[in-house]
Ligand binder design. Structure first.
Ligand code: HXC
Length: 519
C-alpha cells in the first residue's frame, strides 16, 4: 500500500470508528432524546480540546458469533480534554455498540484513562449508558468491572470522580458510579438498580416500573444515590462543568480562585430581621446563603434528598467553599438519619479535597422516635460528628438560632475542632428547648399543682426563666465556646475574614492506617 493510501486508510478508519454501531443505531439513540457518546464528550469539554485514545480497540470474544461482529472502539469513547482550560479524563459508553455493554476490552480502555487521571492528578468523568456486563463474554466482563471498581476505590479522595447516568445502569454496573464522588441522572432515560423490575417481580412478587424502581426522581429524593437530578443531558453537562469549577484537580491542590466582583464587606440588611421572633416559625436558610455568598451563586448538591439539611458549593471572595446548613423550612431543620448521612459525606468530600467548610446552624436536635432509632440514628448521627471532628480543613460555624443538645455538638462546635464559631444575637445554645427542659426539671412541681390556671402560669414563668438564661448565645460566649456574637447583616464580611485568617491552618491527624468511621 502506498503511503498516501495509508493516510487515507487512517482517515477512513477514523470515520468508521466515529460511527460506533452505525447510523441506524445512532438514529435510534437520537430518537430516544439521547446524544451519542462522542456528542456528549464534545458538549462536556472545551471546544477542540478532546484527544481520543484507543479508537482502534476491538473486543476479543469468539462466543455466540461475536467474532464476526466488531466495532472500532468497542463501545466506549475515552480520552482527555479540558474544562475551562483544566485537564480532565473522560469515558463515555456508546450505547450504539452492543448497548454499551461492558466487555473485557472496554474495561481495559476505562482503566487506562482512570490510571492516567491518577498519574496526572486530574478529575475523571464517566458517562454511563450501558446494558451492563456484555452477556456473550461472561466472566471476563465481571473481572473488567472489578478492575474498574478497584480503581474507583483507590482514586477516592485523590482525584474527584464524577458519574453521569444518561441511560441504563443496572446490576453490578451501578457500583462504579456508587464508588465515585458525585452521581448525576437525567429525568428521562436514566435509571439505576441492582436488579430490574422483572427480577423484582419474580423474587418478591412486587410489580414496579423501571422509573419507580430506579429513575432519577427516586434516587434524587428517596435513596439519595444521586446528587443531581437534571432535566436533560445538556443541563447535566453544564452542571458537571459548574461542579468541576469548585473542585481542585486533586487532593494535593486547592480549588481555583475566581475573581470576585461582589464587595467582601457588603452588608445584607435583610439578615438582621430574617429570624422570626417566634422560635417555631420557619424561614428559608437558602435566602441566608444567597445573601452571604459571592453574587448569590450556590451550587446545591442533593437538593431533593433530606431537605432538612442543605449542602453545596459557593465562593467567598472567590474561594470555593462547602456549605452545610440546617434548613428550618423543612422538618424544622431537625437532624435525622438521612440528613446526617448526606451532610457527613459532603463534609468528608470537602475535607479530602481541601475545600473549607462553612456551617450554618439552626437545629432543634435529633429527630426523636422509634422509626429513627430503629433506622440507626445513633450511628448516622455519629457519622456526621466523626466527619466534622476528623476534618482538618478550615471550618467556620455560624449559629443563627437553635443549637440544642447533641445536635449542637455535631454541627461543628468548638470542641469538635470548629475553628471560628460565631453566633447571631438570635442564637439559642442550650441542652434542650425551654418547654422540654421545664417538663424534665419541674415535672413533679407541675404535677402537684391542681388549679389549671395556676399550673399554666407556673410553667410559663419557668419557661421564661429558662429562656432568659439559656435561649441566647451569651452563656456559650461566656465560656469562649462562641468566639463572637456578630451582627447578622455583617455575616459575609466576618466569614471572609475568618477564612482569610485560616488560610495557613495546619492540623494533622494522628498517624494510622485509616479511621473506623461508624458506617
Ligand atoms: C450484550 C447487549 C446487552 C448486554 C444490550 N445489548 N444489553 N449486548 N450484552 N448486556 C445489545 C442488544 O442485543 C441490542 O443489540 C442493543 O444492545 C440495544 O439493546 P436493546 O435491547 O435493543 O435496547 P433497549 O430496548 O433500549 O433496552 C436496553 C436494555 C436491554 C434495557 C439495557 O438491552 C437489556 O435489558 N439488556 C440486558 C441487560 C442485562 O441484563 N445486563 C446484564 C446485567 S448483569 P442490537 O444488535 O439489536 O443493536 C450485569 C452484571 C454486572 O451487568 C456485574 C458487575 C459486578
Amino acid at each position: 500500500m502506498e503511503n498516501q493510501q495509508k493516510v487515507k486508510n487512517l482517515i477512513d478508519l477514523r470515520v468508521q470508528a466515529k460511527l460506533g454501531g452505525g447510523e441506524k443505531r445512532i438514529a435510534s439513540q437520537h430518537s430516544k432524546g439521547k446524544f451519542t457518546a462522542r456528542e456528549r464528550i464534545h458538549m462536556l469539554l472545551d471546544e477542540g480540546s478532546f484527544e481520543e485514545f484507543d479508537m482502534f480497540v476491538t473486543h476479543r470474544c469468539n462466543n455466540f458469533g461475536l467474532e464476526k461482529e466488531k466495532y472500532l472502539g468497542d463501545g466506549v469513547v475515552t480520552g482527555h480534554g479540558t474544562v475551562d482550560g483544566r485537564t480532565v479524563f473522560v469515558y463515555a459508553q456508546d450505547f450504539t455498540v452492543f448497548g454499551g455493554s461492558l466487555s473485557e476490552t472496554m474495561a481495559l480502555k476505562i482503566c487506562k484513562v482512570m490510571d492516567m487521571a491518577m498519574k496526572m492528578g486530574c478529575p475523571v468523568i464517566g458517562i454511563n449508558d450501558s446494558g451492563g456486563a456484555r452477556i456473550q463474554e461472561g466472566v471476563t466482563s465481571l473481572a473488567g468491572y472489578a478492575e474498574i471498581f478497584e480503581r474507583n476505590i483507590l482514586a477516592s479522595g485523590v482525584i474527584p470522580q464524577i458519574s453521569a447516568i444518561f441511560g441504563p445502569c443496572a446490576g453490578g454496573a451501578v457500583y462504579s458510579p456508587a464508588l465515585t464522588d458525585f452521581i448525576l441522572m437525567t429525568e428521562q432515560n436514566s435509571y439505576m438498580f441492582v436488579t430490574g423490575p422483572k427480577v423484582v417481580k419474580s423474587v418478591t412478587g412486587e410489580d414496579i416500573t423501571t422509573d419507580d424502581l430506579g429513575g432519577a426522581d427516586v434516587h434524587a429524593r428517596k435513596s439519595g444515590v444521586s446528587h443531581f437530578r437534571v432535566e436533560d443531558e445538556e443541563t447535566g453537562i453544564k452542571t458537571i462543568r459548574e461542579l468541576i469549577s469548585y473542585l481542585p484537580q486533586n487532593n494535593l491542590e486547592e480549588a481555583p480562585i475566581e475573581t470576585c466582583s461582589d464587595p467582601i464587606n457588603r452588608l445584607e440588611d435583610a439578615l438582621n430581621t430574617i429570624v422570626p421572633d417566634n422560635p417555631n416559625t420557619p424561614y428559608d436558610m437558602k435566602s441566608v446563603i444567597a445573601g452571604i455568598v459571592d453574587c448569590g451563586k450556590f451550587l446545591e448538591v442533593h437538593a431533593n434528598y433530606a431537605r432538612n439539611i442543605i449542602v453545596g458549593f459557593a465562593r467567598f471572595n472567590g474561594v470555593s467553599t462547602g456549605i452545610i446548613a440546617n434548613q428550618p423550612n423543612f422538618l424544622a431543620g431537625v437532624l435525622d438519619c438521612d440528613a446526617s448521612r448526606k451532610a457527613a459525606r459532603f463534609v468528608r468530600f470537602c475535607d479530602a479535597f481541601n475545600i473549607p467548610i462553612l456551617t450554618l446552624v439552626d437545629v432543634p436536635g435529633f429527630l426523636p422516635g422509634s422509626g429513627q432509632e430503629y433506622a440507626g440514628i445513633i450511628v448516622h448521627g455519629a457519622k456526621l460528628m466523626f466527619a466534622y471532628g476528623e476534618a482538618t480543613v478550615p471550618k467556620v460555624t455560624i449559629t443563627l438560632r437553635k443549637s440544642y443538645g447533641g445536635a449542637h455538638d455535631v454541627m461543628s462546635c468548638k470542641q469538635l475542632r470548629g475553628d471560628f464559631n460565631y453566633a447571631w444575637p438570635t442564637a439559642e445554645i442550650a441542652v434542650m428547648g425551654a418547654a422540654g427542659a421545664i417538663e424534665v426539671l419541674e415535672g413533679r412541681s407541675i404535677a402537684a399543682i391542681s388549679d389549671p390556671a395556676e399550673k399554666a402560669k407556673f410553667v410559663d414563668d419557668k419557661v421564661n426563666e429558662y429562656k432568659d438564661k439559656f435561649a441566647n448565645p451569651y452563656q456559650a460566649a461566656s465560656y469562649g465556646y462562641i468566639d463572637d456574637v456578630i451582627e447578622p447583616r455583617n455575616t459575609r464580611f466576618r466569614i471572609i475574614r475568618a477564612f482569610q485568617a485560616l488560610q495557613t491552618k495546619k492540623v494533622v491527624n494522628p498517624l494510622k492506617k485509616h479511621s473506623n468511621i461508624p458506617l
